[in-house]
Design a binder for this molecule. Sequence first.
Ligand SMILES: Cc1ncc(COP(=O)(O)O)c(C=O)c1O
Length: 367
Amino acid sequence: MKTSPHRPTKALINLGAIRYNIQQMGAHIPQETLKWAVVKANAYGHGAVAVATAIQNDVDGFCVSNVDEALELRQAGITKKILILGVSEVESIVLAQQFDLTLTVAGLEWVRTLLASQSDLSGLKIHLKIDSGMGRIGFRDASEARKAQFLLQEHGAYVEGIFTHFATADEQSEAYFYQQLKCFKAILAEFKNLPKLIHASNSATTLWHAETIFNAVRMGDAMYGLNPSGKVLSLPYDLIPALSLESAIVHVKTLPAGACVGYGATYEADSEQVIATLPIGYADGWTRDMQNFSVLVDGQLCPIVGRVSMDQITIRLPYIYPLGTKVTLIGSNGDKEITTTDVATYRGTINYEVVCLLSDRIPREYY
Ligand SMILES: Cc1ncc(COP(=O)(O)O)c(C=O)c1O
């Protein structure tokens, strides 16, 4: 999708806030812990290249979800460690070797397929993924993970790390978290030669279970200043949200009582009303279920009325404002604020999804 800079809709990204959040998290974990920034999915919508470039001296490496995201960073000149968290195609080992990408190995069948291809594995860096209870990718059995380690090393690869991922570190109840931790530790205990790097901490684990950190943390949501639990757990220290979303009034009119607005004519003005149009819609990631939510104009909450269209939304204003008036969809305006988590809560989702869904059509402006 082409970015559309010739309209007043934009996401403003505060790179200083991201750096502050890294610093905050770093100050609350053991000093020797490696800090890896999770910049998959275009850095949760914040812009992977710009974010990684800005923070490369603040972190020890990066995590992405696939080879293409890793190559984007390498092509932009990022030289630090890049760990690919997802399962890569066996054929990708050539790119991994060429561009110094660390691959996740999650199952013995993958290793056997790789070995059957008779590839040269020298220089290939591997982290073994343990499924301690997430149920997605990873070894559930220590003997299989050890076998993978043995086979990979025997063929010249470097098994540098071993890791797991928690399913409930952002929840009030800690029982499942500790069950996963126990499982991970039991698997680690079965290794004769443990890989050098052991890691298990996403944002939530880093924030609320700092005592369980091994050698490295994988910081995603919290690095962008978002609370991974939404509104469930309070942050143990302050973080600054990095993203705000702005648009502006491009059309405004007074509609008489009885006039309808939007597809389906679902909204009918019950009195004379001022209706303004903003150039943002569901193709930008401002989804249709945002109908009846609010935006901020001149420090006031103004409702989104009528259906959200592909490229436009309509809001009700208390009175006429001039064309070009700034409208805040996420962020502060006057003394009011709409947070990404407010949007997520209204939409019945998580703040991760709100920022990830902001489409490429929205330009990202950095400061
Ligand atoms: C394996 C893995 N580690 C770390 C993260 C970062 O998680 P968070 O954004 O909650 O910090 C993710 C994100 O989904 C992940 O899949």
